[in-house]
Write a protein that binds this ligand. Sequence first.
Ligand code: AMP
Length: 395
Amino acid sequence: MKTIQDINFKDKKALIRVDFNVPLDENFKVTDATRIEAAKPTIDKILKDGGAVILMSHLGRPKGVEAKYSLKHIVDEVADILGVTVKFVSDCVGEVAEKASADLKMGEVLLLENLRFHVEEEKGDEAFAKQLSKLGDVYVNDAFGTAHRAHASTTIVAKFFPENKCFGSLLAQEIISIKKVLEDSEKPVLAILGGAKVSSKITIIENILDKVDHLILGGGMSFTFVKALGGKVGDSICEDDKQELALEILKKAKEKGVQVHIPVDVIAADDFSNDANTQICDINKIPDGWQGLDAGPKSRELFHKVVMESKTILWNGPVGVFEMENFANGTIAMGNSIAEATKNGTFSLVGGGDSVAAVKQFGFENKVSYVSTGGGAMLESLEGKVLPGIEAILN
Ligand code: AMP
């Protein structure tokens, strides 16, 4: 796996695909700069080597050229974070972009306009990718968030740099973290899958059954399993058409020697609302009119025990409706348990969707080993797919 550490960028212009798809407020100010900060180590290394940096990214989902999606809005923020002046060019290809790149001196940074102002980007158009490739000597992919897309700047452009392409340090870290969980993992390995629905996690469950020793099935999806096993789940979220599948998963897990842990009790509510009345009940005896919205105390204890016994942990999906304060405690308890295990030397990866939001919201970000930066890309990795953006660099 070739990374920026394997290349000396002195006198080289690096064309870097970053993920600067950051949220902006109504005054076009960046409200969360995490993604820009995440790209800093890669950019710093190239500048320190004595190279120049050309940054390309998308922002939002523009339909053609739309001023509100211009990357010029983030130039000052990028400059602040990098601590260097950042030049900007009003197109990502063509004469202006080629001139801006040619005029760029070593040690300088140039940000290209939004890639998605050209429809060719998302189509993975080869001629467009070739135009992009003219801007740099080395292609660096550091955008995990778009690595599952075969777009021009994320995948196709790599073919124009057969010898001169590599992973940025962020993308390399993502690849290493996933590998640490799915391939080179220290046993026992635990996957915690939560979230709303079984249907959105089926492919992940099927892929990881071969790789884990323990599987916690929490959150909304647990009710489909409980009902399939003959329990009463009241008005809890449940996919009736997935019950057979749930039983099949449990059977497969048993065959493969995977221990499955389903919550034993829940905080049930008489309404899907933070102000609802609540009661603690066994997960298989939830009265009609009540719905399980969080893991109960016995479940939290059970989860804690399994977490503390594990040497490798993957966490995908909250174990309750953490967006509501009164139903966030199960997810917070899970975060605390994982933080404690991590302190004791367990490798923990949080990735794919809402568990990342929960981890950030409750301040666990620096208490787990790694928090992934890519939602869809992480989910597809966990499903066992080889991401086109990663494959393009490896080939
Ligand atoms: P996902 O995107 O599949 O990871 O699902 C995340 C969503 O699942 C969050 O918005 C949670 O509020 C929701 N969720 C977790 N537990 C429950 C539950 N017991 N009932 C309803 N929704 C839940």
